[in-house]
Design a protein around this ligand. Structure first.
Ligand SMILES: Cc1ncc(COP(=O)(O)O)c(C=O)c1O
Length: 384
């Protein structure tokens, strides 16, 4: 079966947050991590069948939904999980906030590596915890962890470490030795390790496996809260369906207690989409990855050839997000400049990069949209 990632429905005038931002303006939205493709046909069919049932009461997952996740973890990652390790959540950002409240007290610290998806830094602050971002360093064309800086950042008040695996916005897949070293770091400092793996099914380089942090086992698994969702891979973020996988019963109890009464339940439609995604959509996912690889190569080539002053500093190994260094353009506000020329990007400053240095582009769209956006960026670069 072939899938069409080029001819997609119009999203202007719909409920799309991504497209509403520029309503009435000729700006192509290449910002929030939401792709412009319909969900896989198997998901749409499952939702149709569920809607036809016509009753939408409070929902609980049925065994086949949990089974689809357990099976996916085993076949994709060789990770054997138990059904009762799963805690359902309406979103991963919710999971980050719950984790901060569960495992750090007010005024205690949450370490992370920056630049990073902004809620990694804002979630602790939402509940008076302290976020401590440690900057990545670029070494030989690869974003790497500054281990010495990480050690220096630990204080007696540090309780939690947020890892983005694979990493948004650096599009980096973590290697086993790096994960082991991070895990051992958390064990040594007695930190709970929260591993956000929302992008794990979007690895573009077939030679790189995704290694769930908790798959490392032993003491590392016992202190790890893994956050996952079908939302990014299968483009169903608007259905609000995610889950934590927490092997350790005490850690799980603390997490569940912190969430009690304030975290909404997953909906009937969310469970339905989740089951279909993990069970029935592997051919679609493979086709999507082929399309995204093509877009990634197109983007990389175009930036190198046609956008002087813009660089992609390290290979895009995963996600549909490109991290562009635009410092050489000397723009006070690169996002405003590109918007003026019809392209809506994410500001690197939101991710913890110095203002004016980076922008993030979302290439989860038809090739024609990406090509048009890049042509507009070329005009913008020339018009400085
Ligand atoms: C690393 C990461 N975590 C979480 C999210 C958002 O998750 P949710 O919409 O489930 O809150 C995103 C969205 O871009 C993300 O990139």
């Amino acid at each position: 079966m072939s899938f069409d990632f080029e001819n997609v429905p119009e999203r202007r005038g719909t409920d799309s947050q991504k497209w509403q931002k520029y309503a009435g303006r000729d700006v192509l939205p290449m910002w929030v991590a939401d792709m412009d493709f319909p969900a896989a046909p198997a998901i749409v069919a499952a939702l149709h069948a569920r809607v036809d049932h016509g009753i939408f009461g409070y929902a609980r997952p049925v065994p086949s939904t949990v089974g689809a996740i357990v099976e996916a973890m085993a076949t994709r990652y060789g990770w054997g999980i138990e059904p009762d390790w799963i805690v359902w959540l309406p979103g991963l950002v919710v999971g980050l906030n719950v984790t901060a409240q569960a495992f750090a007290a007010p005024e205690e610290e949450v370490l992370t590596l920056a630049p990073v998806y902004p809620p990694f830094m804002s979630a602790p602050k939402n509940s008076a915890r302290i976020s401590t971002p440690v900057d990545f360093v670029l070494q030989a064309g690869r974003w790497t962890i500054d281990w010495a800086a990480l050690e220096r950042a630990v204080t007696p008040r540090t309780k939690l470490f947020y890892l983005c695996n694979p990493h948004n916005p650096l599009a980096r897949v973590w290697r086993r030795d790096e994960l082991v070293r991070l895990g051992e770091f958390c064990v040594r400092h007695n930190l709970v390790l929260c591993s956000d793996e929302i992008h794990c099914d979007l690895i573009l380089d077939p030679a790189l496996p995704h290694i769930p942090t908790a798959r490392l086992g032993g003491e590392i698994a016992r202190r790890t809260v893994t956050l996952m969702a079908p939302s990014k891979t299968y483009n169903v973020p608007g259905l609000g369906t995610s889950f934590a996988i927490i092997p350790d019963p005490q850690l799980r109890a603390r997490f569940t207690r912190a969430a009690a009464g304030i975290v909404a339940e997953v909906t009937a439609l969310g469970f339905t989409a989740c089951e279909a995604a993990y069970r029935d959509c592997e051919p679609w996912r493979q086709a999507l990855l082929a399309h995204l690889r093509g877009n990634r190569d197109f983007l990389t080539d175009f930036v190198t050839r046609e956008l002087p002053g813009v660089t992609i500093e390290a290979p895009i190994e995963a996600t549909y997000l490109g991290w562009l260094n635009v410092a050489a353009l000397n723009l006070a506000d690169p996002v405003a400049h590109f918007e003026k020329h019809g392209v809506g990007l994410s500001d690197g400053a939101f991710f913890g990069s110095p203002k004016g240095r980076h922008v993030r582009i979302n290439f989860g769209c038809p090739r024609a949209t990406l090509a048009e956006a890049l042509q507009r960026m070329k005009t913008a670069v020339a018009a400085r």
